[in-house]
Design a protein around this ligand. Sequence first.
Ligand SMILES: *Cc1c(COP(=O)(O)O)cnc(C)c1O
Length: 422
Amino acid sequence: MTRCAMRVQAVRNILMTIKETVMTNSAAPHLLPVFARADIGFERGEGVWLIATNGDRYLDFTSGVAVNALGHAHPALVKALQEQATKLWHMSNLFQSPDGEKLAARLCSESFADFVFFCNSGAEALEGVIKLVRHHHFSKGHPERYRIITFEGAFHGRTLATLAATGSAKYLEGYGPPMEGFDQIPHGDIEAVKKAIGPHTAGILIEPIQGEGGVRSAPPGFLKALRQLCDEKGLLLAFDEVQTGMGRTGDLFAHRRTGVTPDVMSLAKALGGGFPIGAILATADAAAGMGPGSHGSTFGGNPLAIAAANAVLDVMLKPGFFDHVQKMSLLLKQKLASVIDRHPDIVSEIRGEGLLIGIKAVVPSGDLVAALRNEKLLTVGAGDNVVRFLPPLIVTEAEIEDSIGRLERACTTLSGNKRAAS
Ligand SMILES: *Cc1c(COP(=O)(O)O)cnc(C)c1O
């Protein structure tokens, strides 16, 4: 592309963004315009498909950003929620919660954890993780140990504490001094971790695979090395599995496939299959000090949310569920590799595990997401110029084949645009 053509393209991109923003605002003049919403609205969903208000059918490889793991309107989830809706919506944490205890017990028996705290979102789960890590050391007589090591490219949420943990200058700008207590270092750099550990360090917080950051896995052996460091120094290891958890990477939790066990973990996104619920999981030792009054939530453990999450587990824990995810993962990766072979000018690299798949775009990732949307395939952008393919975990072979046809057409269109511009 000539410099002139590049400038023209850059101006075009800006105009597109302005146009999208204007369209967004005119379609929803009262929604705080913090999202660059595409100009499509959806009326209902069926499995992997979303039906727009104008009747168009879209293949949904966003899953509401890794939330609708069982697709849309899954009969078991619909039934569970309908039944619960006639019984009890909300109940406060002043009383017992038999179904909450049941869900917690199941999550514990599937993991390293002894205790679960339910909340309502990913950021809220991470807030709790941060508090729990600090309180662990406080209760052991070390209130000075409050700092948490995090990694560049991380995403832990949009509240003030989780933003500070995320450490992204772009998201922090304009919101006053970031909350104290986070030391961010380059992703995957074990020497930097060692250097960052000091007398104030309480723990290390990491996503087993960075989702928003661009589907970036830690280098081999990195999580294990973190575990060893934490054991040596008496630190807590916290995994943020808000995106990687609940089957997304081909097992119930991503870390189960690495053989490394954390002391604390956050869950949210797919936990309720689309109903808002988050959770903190912790060992008894990590949670030492979290007694009555030390943390709380009005809606946390809401009966509707608990019913949805128990129904999600009913489906996911059936024999063969994760085998299916892994099989679909392999197929999708193979098919994507062949598209990369045919369109190296548009896409260049496949990342991720299970059905948390990223393809690195050669063109601006937003252009690829838009071209795919034109082909009625919905995907999600991520950092590092990556486009995420996050199909519901119940996706079939035929639907994966279908998505590849759409990707192929989008790439052909983008190649044509590129040639026309040069
Ligand atoms: C989405 C996400 C969060 C934040 O979850 P919210 O429900 O949006 O607050 C935190 N951590 C990770 C890894 C995520 O992917």
